[in-house]
Design a protein around this ligand. Structure first.
Ligand code: ZN
Length: 497
């Protein structure tokens, strides 16, 4: 019946195999591969990625996509063709030579950035960053739609439907609400000390607890692996092979735990994608922001809630009785929810996190659509931290050089982190209308929560666009007021304001 579609799928099969191999290499580089392997493995990965590029941009695949679109397709098939066409269209607009030049630039930039950060030397990274911005602007010009600015085109690449017209009011709302709330927390709130969580916690025991925690969240060890890496991440190959990492610190008990819960949130999304969709261009999550919503929902709304720890805290105390002596469950829950302004985004608490993202958004806007020059970045960065968080980085390593994203060419990616939090609050609110969340958590039964998320979000993969999925799952369009209400209610009560 759908002959051209089937023919197209034979090419897709090859592309998926190449993509999966590349993904597996990148997992291996972060977790198990010997350090010296990097340069040669990078060559192999480069070859895999260019084979992928050649297949997708070939005229034959282009023609098959057009023909398949004319055939009668079901919803999943149509989504696969749509996603394929979208990626192909973006790649085909960029002249091959420029694409290669850009790929090479990015391949070398991470090392320059890492050295600059290590040596606190922004000037040595500035020329590469300037080049990345120039090329990114050119590439955005190829792909931007009518009426879109360059930065809008970059934003859409990560979160379709969320350009500056949507993000400006979103971040304004966050700024108006979170900045004054944070000021009250730091000036009037009763300080919360988390000193007991920085005692010495045996890493072997932490491993045991984190494995238990991942499984408790719903991570299926028959279809997944939990390993360790410098920065925790998730690598979803398909719904039967999802890999996550965490990172253990002897003196920071909560760090690994919340990384594990966060990545498990990403993982169960991938594990719950329908069999018909996984391992196709419509597999994986609906968007970066939607993926992040699932990890943040598990990490913060579920994982930091008092009811979550009712059945779990005794288990933690069993392992660390001496270390947690004198720390009641109520104390512990207050400690893991404390908020304080800090300089590093990845370590930021729930209240301040989005301010870090907002600063990057404001800066990117000016870099791409405005007149901000790379040399002015450190000053602008530090001024914004002072204005919004009330603290000023002492050097660029803990300031403008902290994130790898710009060195990877991921300009426009940051806002999806903030959107993820807001999606999560909206989804959590909608779920609360149908599921007794606290009741489930108190009983130690997360199944109804997972079931709801699977039914409303996970199983679709990328078949429905994120905006539509959010609308259908929650009954309304994107509405960030749930997030503001959630944060305001939570931190006012935590700090007794
Ligand atoms: Zn994440």
């Amino acid at each position: 019946m759908s002959r051209k579609y089937d023919e197209l799928m034979t090419h897709v099969e090859k592309m998926q195999a190449l993509e999966m191999a590349e993904s597996l290499f990148s997992w291996d580089m972060e977790t198990g591969a010997p350090r010296e392997a990097a340069p040669l493995t990078a060559r192999v990965m480069g070859s895999l990625s260019s084979q992928y590029f050649d297949i997708l941009t070939s005229p034959q695949v282009g023609e098959l996509i057009c023909q398949a679109k004319e055939e009668e397709l079901n919803e999943v098939q149509a989504a696969i063709v749509r996603e394929l066409a979208k990626t192909r269209d973006r790649l085909c607009r960029i002249p091959a030579e420029e694409y290669r030049e850009y790929a090479e630039l990015i391949a070398g930039a991470a090392q320059v950035w890492a050295r600059a950060k290590r040596e606190n030397d922004f000037a040595s990274f500035a020329p590469v960053l300037t080049r990345i911005i120039e090329m990114s602007k050119r590439i955005a010009d190829y792909s931007r739609k009518e009426g879109q600015s360059r930065y809008d085109a970059m934003l859409w690449q990560y979160e379709e439907g969320f350009g500056q017209a949507e993000l400006d009011p979103f971040f304004a709302l966050l700024r108006e609400n979170i900045v004054p709330l944070l000021k009250r927390v730091t000036q009037e709130g009763e300080p919360i000390s988390a000193a007991p969580l920085h005692r010495s916690f045996d890493v072997e025991k932490q491993r045991k607890f984190n494995c238990f925690l991942a499984e408790y969240i719903g991570f299926d060890f028959g279809r997944g692996v939990l390993a360790e890496s410098e920065h925790p991440f998730t690598d979803g190959l398909h719904n039967h092979d999802v890999r996550i990492t965490t990172h253990y610190y002897e003196n920071m008990l909560e760090s690994a735990m919340f990384s594990t819960i966060h990545e498990s949130g990403h993982a169960i999304y991938e594990m719950n994608v329908d069999d018909a969709v996984t391992l196709t261009p419509a597999g994986g999550g609906a968007s970066c922001g939607m993926h992040e919503s699932q990890s943040r929902l598990m990490e913060n709304m579920i994982g930091r809630s008092p009811s979550f720890w009712e059945p779990l805290y005794p288990r933690l105390q069993e392992l660390f009785g001496e270390e947690l002596a004198g720390v009641s469950r109520e104390d512990f829950v207050r400690m893991i929810n404390r908020a304080e302004p800090s300089l590093i985004r990845t370590e930021a608490d729930e209240l301040t996190y989005c301010l870090h993202v907002m600063i990057r958004y404001e800066i990117e806007k000016e870099l791409i659509d405005g007149n901000l020059g790379v040399s002015e970045l450190p000053q602008v960065w530090n001024d914004k931290y002072e204005a919004y968080l009330g603290i000023r980085p002492a050097n660029d390593a803990e300031g403008v050089l902290q994130d790898i994203h710009w060195a990877q060419g991921s300009i426009g990616y940051f806002p999806s982190y903030a959107l993820g939090n807001a999606f999560a609050a909206q989804i959590y609110h909608a779920m609360g209308r149908e599921v007794d969340i606290d009741g489930c958590l108190r009983q130690g039964n997360l199944e109804p929560i997972r079931g709801w998320l699977k039914e409303k979000i996970h199983r679709f993969g990328r078949v429905k666009p994120a905006k539509e999925l959010l609308q259908e799952a929650t009954g309304e369009d994107f509405n960030p007021s749930y997030y503001i209400d959630y944060l305001t209610g939570k931190f006012r009560s935590l700090y007794r304001l």
